[in-house]
Design a protein around this ligand. Structure first.
Ligand SMILES: Cc1cc2nc3c(=O)[nH]c(=O)nc-3n(C[C@H](O)[C@H](O)[C@H](O)COP(=O)(O)OP(=O)(O)OC[C@H]3O[C@@H](n4cnc5c(N)ncnc54)[C@H](O)[C@@H]3O)c2cc1C
Length: 502
């Protein structure tokens, strides 16, 4: 007996649309007919170049070979983000991926380090904590090779993500989808047709007069949120009270001579700027609060930071930080900018698309029971989004700068969960994270230490070692990290072996 396939319609062909189409066709292509509609008359947002490590799993599930991917997207390796000028204008620290030191059961390495520092058993340098991170060592040294584990030790190797050209990535996924049987339409949606009884979406009315019917719709129409926001009337929760930036200018420049394996995020008087190294160009941009900086001043600041000639015109982007109150309503799920936006400080937007697509596959709706699935989906989505939001607010709130926007951020009332987290770390050096939280304990520790929090005490478990044992433990770890990083090839040399410069 042949079963009629239900129709899934994806509206929008930016990164979100193509990521969704690729993953759904890979995992559910046998059961569903998938159509992606995009309009060549409506541009994609066209930025989005730095990612976090789970993107590797996304590509692996799709069966995309890493070297092919890096070649196709001008990609490079990302081991960390370097934050300049956040704690104070002269400060500098890394948020390196992966763990720090060797975890010790119930108390994290941080507590052992805290005690060792208090007792003079480790260096007194400002960045000493990062001397116990292989990722931080490798990032600073500009070295990389895939390394699961440090040989002959129980210590994990390098955790990495990518920098890449998001436009090229969308094209790669588009080619992937074409061979996977995704139907593609270049057309403009004029209206969204709703069922008078159920309120579900029936079809998309196109400007050509044609109607595109579907059973389930995925809104990837960008910040317009044509389906979920406009047609289904799902409201937007604004986060501007905590995240003051609302504009960005992107301005790519010529490739750097030596491509570092990390992103740079440099704070300035009313926001921050990014530098993302690719093999064919450098992605640059400035994120700022329009209340505190004019567009001309922002462009001027950005231009002064360029490390080479610009290779395109500046692209001004206005945005609103926040999220749709529900990400799934009726027979529609929104992904990407259609579902909300957090500024790219921790490179999380593409990850949130990935995570929502994964959740959608796990909860893919049976024809008649949307409501309870939607409720569970929305609960997870909200928790995830708010935890990422709080991590970004942390950078703003703990700044040590004197300009008006930054002073306001120091004084602002922050979400309660975040306030409790900071207070707990200040008092005890502890960070409690949920099992499925995106940012791990070492990530929170790095940002809080990097931006000047100095915990008053450490966990008593760290007193379980004698002073001699603790001292030996610290020296041993430091020696292993320093020795390992010396044996890694240069990041550039690694990329050259993949022919990514072609
Ligand atoms: C300044 C900035 C920097 C960023 N940096 C990063 C980063 O470093 N890392 C990261 O992970 N993310 C980053 N992002 C986020 C990332 O760019 C987006 O999340 C991602 O590109 C997803 O965009 P999208 O597909 O949702 O929307 P869009 O790219 O806006 O695509 C919308 C699509 O909808 C289609 N469409 C719209 N209206 C219609 C219509 N009426 N009919 C038919 N089609 C229509 C358009 O044609 C287009 O194909 C950044 C975002 C900004 C603003």
């Amino acid at each position: 007996m042949s079963v009629v396939k239900r129709n899934v319609v994806i509206a929008g062909g930016g990164s979100a649309g193509w990521m969704a189409a690729a993953m759904l066709s890979r995992l559910l292509g046998a059961q569903f007919s998938i159509t992606l509609i995009e309009s060549s008359e409506i541009a994609t947002v066209g930025v989005g170049e730095a990612t976090i490590p789970p993107i590797r799993t996304f590509n692996q599930v799709l069966g995309i070979n890493e070297a092919d991917f890096l070649r196709a997207t001008g990609g490079t390796i990302k081991l960390a983000i370097e934050f300049n000028g956040w704690g104070s204008p002269a400060s500098n620290y890394l948020h390196a991926f992966g763990g720090i030191g060797r975890e010790q059961g119930f108390a994290s390495f941080y507590h052992y380090w805290h005690r060792a520092r208090a007792e003079g058993l480790t260096d007194n340098r400002e960045d000493d904590f990062w001397q116990y991170s292989l990722n931080a060592h490798a990032a600073r040294a500009g070295r990389f090779t895939p390394l699961e584990q440090i040989p002959n030790t129980p210590l994990p190797g390098l955790q990495y993500a990518y920098h890449f050209d998001a436009g090229r990535y969308a094209q790669l996924l588009k080619r992937y989808c074409q061979t996977a049987g995704v139907h593609h339409m270049d057309a403009t949606i004029d209206r969204v047709m709703l069922d008078a009884d159920s309120g579900d979406i029936n079809a998309l009315q196109l400007t050509s007069g044609q109607q595109l019917a579907g059973d389930f719709f995925i809104d990837c129409t960008g910040a317009r949120s044509l389906l979920l926001g406009k047609a289904l009337g799902v409201g937007f929760t604004d986060y501007a009270e905590w995240l003051p930036c609302n504009r960005a200018i992107a301005l790519p420049s010529e490739r750097l001579n030596v491509v570092p394996p990390y992103t740079r995020a440099t704070a300035h008087g009313a926001g921050w700027s990014w530098q993302i190294p690719l093999t064919h160009r450098t992605g640059n941009g400035i994120v700022y609060s329009a209340q505190n900086l004019s567009d001309d001043e922002a462009l001027n600041t950005l231009q002064q930071q360029l490390t080479g000639p610009a290779v395109a015109e500046p692209n001004l982007i206005r945005f609103k930080v926040g999220r749709r109150v529900k990400q799934w309503h009726k027979n529609c799920v929104a992904l990407g900018l259609a579902s909300g936006f957090l500024e790219p400080l921790e490179s999380t937007s593409l990850h949130l698309v990935q995570s929502a697509v994964t959740r959608l596959v796990k909860m893919f709706p049976a024809p008649t029971c949307y409501a309870s699935q939607a409720e569970a989906f929305n609960r997870h989505a909200q928790t995830e989004f708010e935890s990422v939001r709080d991590f970004i607010i942390l950078h703003y709130h703990l700044n040590g700068r004197q300009e008006p926007m930054w002073r306001d951020c120091q004084r602002m009332a922050i979400p309660q969960a975040l306030a409790q987290r900071i207070a707990l770390f200040k008092a005890s050096g502890q960070v409690h994270t949920a099992a499925d939280e995106l940012f791990t304990e070492p990530a929170w520790q790095q940002v809080m230490l990097g931006q000047g929090v100095r915990p008053e005490s450490y966990h008593t478990l760290a007193d379980g070692l004698s002073q001699q044992q603790l001292g030996d433990f610290m020296v041993h770890l430091k020696t292993i990290y320093a020795r390992t990083v010396k044996q890694l090839p240069e990041h550039e040399a690694y990329l050259a072996t993949l022919n990514t410069h072609l």
